[in-house]
Design a protein around this ligand. Structure first.
Ligand code: ARG
Length: 456
């Protein structure tokens, strides 16, 4: 079929070649942004006296009709017209006649596609910021309910020191806060207009780039026309921010999966976020958490995919850059879906407080308390560490815990031990006393929750 750019061609490509080159199967996702960008462009062409008013009105009306149809999913795209830009231009010409061919005055698909992507990501990033906030709210609510619920804190996945369950949950709150910050900060760069850069060199028409930028709600324009059409940093940055966010969610998933195992039994995920086995009737699998952990892989892949696409492309536009889209769409979908599922999963999970608390008692995660106890009485911490280490060893040999040892044994180890060690060994006391800034003491955790609410 004859192409919109077919003037200098004597032969047309076969359909399967067209299919390979076309982006319409995926870039139709940009349909609304593409039309919005065109409306701004043609409005500017009118204001700058480049096109006569009546042409502008006709083109605008045609574009608005197409926008309506797009919203109702009534547009039919064709591979023969390669991409969203040419599909829309063809539809416009079909709708209003040859005057539609004036729309592309003073612009190129190169600045057009970049504009579409900026508009698209601005919308999606704002949505993602809201979804992160929703998840943070859910976390704060859960944390508020569990300030005084104890859970073993781990290092090396070995029980280390008991902590407030709220404190553990709030660690994720602050990770998400950084994610939200990063996305919000990236908007500064996303919200710049490449429109009017033309193919790469600008245009001879007396266009007003600031006007189109303003009409599209951009905060400014790309300073350099070559950079404007060559830049995909803003997408890479989006993918990178998404990769970091998914890494956080994935770590959390890993914990949810562990905690809901028979071995931990700290939580039970709601039936709505779990699945059964087709063969083993007893099974309840944390599929959604596993899937989010798994989908992190594709988001990393999308980041590396685009970094690799871009590394060898000379300035300015190269067709390689058409490969920027699928990974971006896929990442938007993955991140959006994961955040929604996550909020639901956390909101509905059942916390087995008794199991958690029991776990904080039947181990040695109170050993640091004893060492601190001696250090408080003037024993150098290193020495205190050794004394308590020996007591732990004695307990292990006897199959007991520190709280089970009689005071006489303690006295033998050090004269400084008194009856009050049993209170010190209580995990509840151990947690509550850690009121250093940002620590797990209940007062500190309550303070942190208060601060978190202010962030929201
Ligand atoms: N479909 C193309 C893309 O997504 C649009 C830009 C095409 N520009 C060009 N000079 N062929 O990158």
């Amino acid at each position: 079929m004859k192409k919109l750019w077919g003037g200098r061609f004597t032969k047309t490509a076969e359909e399967w070649v067209d299919e390979f080159g076309a982006s319409i199967p995926f870039d139709q996702e940009l349909v609304e942004e593409d039309i919005e960008g065109s409306i701004a462009h043609v409005t500017m062409l009118g204001k700058c006296g480049i096109l006569p008013k009546e042409d502008v009105e006709k083109i605008k009306a045609g574009l608005l009709t197409l926008l309506e149809k797009a919203k109702k999913q009534q547009l039919e795209f064709s591979v023969a017209y390669e991409d969203i830009h040419l599909n829309i231009e063809k539809m416009l010409i079909d709708e209003i006649g040859p005057v539609g061919g004036k729309l592309h005055t003073g612009r190129s698909r190169n600045d057009q596609v970049a504009t579409d992507m900026h508009l698209y990501l601005r919308k999606r990033v704002n949505e993602i910021i809201e979804l992160i906030k929703e998840l943070q709210k859910v976390l704060v609510e859960k944390a508020e309910a569990h300030v005084e619920t104890l859970i073993p804190g781990y290092t090396h996945l070995q029980r280390a020191q008991p902590v407030s369950f709220a404190h553990h949950l709030m660690a994720y709150f602050w990770m998400l806060e950084r994610d939200r910050e990063r996305f919000a900060e990236s908007l500064k760069r996303i919200n710049k207009s490449p429109l009017g850069a033309g193919a790469l060199a600008g245009t001879t028409f007396p266009i007003d780039r600031h006007l189109t930028a303003e009409l599209l709600g951009f905060e400014g324009i790309y300073e350099n026309s070559i950079d404007a059409v060559s830049d995909r940093d803003f997408i890479i940055e989006f993918l990178s921010n998404s990769a970091m966010l998914m890494m956080h969610l994935s770590r959390f998933c890993e914990e949810l999966i562990l905690w809901s195992s028979q071995e931990f039994q700290f939580i039970e995920l709601d039936d709505a976020f779990a699945t059964g086995s087709s063969i083993m009737p007893q099974k309840k699998n944390p599929d959604m958490a596993e899937l989010i952990r798994g989908k992190t892989g594709r988001v990393y892949g999308n980041l590396f995919g685009l970094l690799t696409v871009m590394k060898g492309t000379p300035l300015a536009y190269n067709k390689d850059m058409q490969e920027d889209k699928e990974g971006m769409f896929n990442t938007v979908k993955t991140v959006t879906g994961s955040l929604k599922i996550f909020a639901g999963m956390i909101a509905t999970m059942k916390v087995n407080m008794n199991v958690m608390e029991k776990a904080t008692k039947q181990d040695f995660s109170n050993a640091t308390e004893l060492a601190d106890y001696l250090a408080n009485k003037g024993v150098p911490f290193r020495k205190a560490h050794e004394i308590v280490g020996k007591l732990v060893l004695a307990c292990i040999e006897k199959g007991m815990f520190l709280a089970d040892l009689p005071l006489s044994v303690y006295k033998e180890a050090s004269e400084l031990f008194e009856e009050d060690i049993y209170e010190v060994l209580n995990p509840y006391t151990a947690v509550n006393r850690r009121n250093s800034a940002g620590g797990t003491g209940f007062d500190e955790v309550r303070q942190a929750i208060k601060k978190a609410k202010q962030c929201l």
